[in-house]
Design a protein around this ligand. Structure first.
Ligand code: FES
Length: 177
């Protein structure tokens, strides 16, 4: 699979917190999340940081919205085939666009590590790669491969995968490389 975010020119694709203000850039360090918690994130290219127009465009890439999770250390997570190594330790990132009809999945049930879509009540099991376990959704949430950059921030190393192949989420992502 090819990548659209992980650039060939070595440019980092950081995760920024999804704070509602497209101009406010807050990167994510592992210590920002407690075990069993989540934060909304949007991947963006390093070069977009100093370009307000591109920064706003990056924040508005609707399909780019993701959720970063820090699962509890005692949880046993079984990755989906082909998604091994997409996590950084107990950190996992998934698209927040429900695979049923595209509502934002937003309800994290920490105790059982499930993600719920409020529109038609689909549930996704984070211990098994966000596969659907209840409701009308039949496909798992696309997973974003992540790692830790040398500067201590979490970064994406590739695009979301869907059904084993890379998907292009927004033309803007391709523009940079
Ligand atoms: Fe999520 Fe229908 S859009 S369950």
């Amino acid at each position: 699979w090819h990548t659209t975010w992980a650039s060939t020119d070595g440019e980092q694709v950081y995760l920024r917190q999804d704070l509602g203000d497209p101009h406010e850039v807050v990167l994510v360090r592992p210590a920002d999340l407690e075990a069993g918690s989540t934060v909304g994130v949007v991947p963006f290219r390093e070069s977009e940081r100093d370009d307000p127009e591109r920064l706003v465009a990056a924040a508005r890439r609707a399909d780019a919205a993701a959720m970063l999770f820090r699962l509890r250390p005692e949880e046993r997570v079984v990755p989906r085939p082909g998604h091994e190594g997409f996590n950084y330790g107990s950190f996992y990132a998934y698209s927040r666009i429900c695979t049923h009809l595209g509502c934002p999945v937003s309800l994290f049930e920490t105790r059982v590590s499930r993600l719920l879509c409020p529109c038609h009540q689909s549930q996704f099991d984070l211990n098994r790669g966000a596969v659907p376990i209840f409701g009308p959704a039949v496909r798992a949430l696309p997973q974003l491969p992540i790692t830790l950059a040398p500067d201590g921030f979490l970064v994406a190393t590739g695009d979301f995968l869907r059904a084993g192949r890379s998907v292009v989420l927004g033309a803007g992502l391709m523009a940079g490389g």
